[in-house]
Design a protein. Sequence first.
Length: 72
Amino acid sequence: MKKTYSLENLDCANCAAKMEEKIKKIDGVLSASVSFMTQKMTIEADEAEFDNIMKKVVKACRKTEPDCRIIM
């Protein structure tokens, strides 16, 4: 399953790269892309575990960029 989410308050391209790197390390994530320019995040992950994976994605993003919000 592949989904794209809008991001709010992503401050810099470096933070986007760090978030993308952390997301790719989460078990079940097949691919991930975080774009500072478009303020969007695309996640491809196992459909059966997608909700649990997204909880881990949100947690990883908050650690990297506490003010950034994923619009679901």
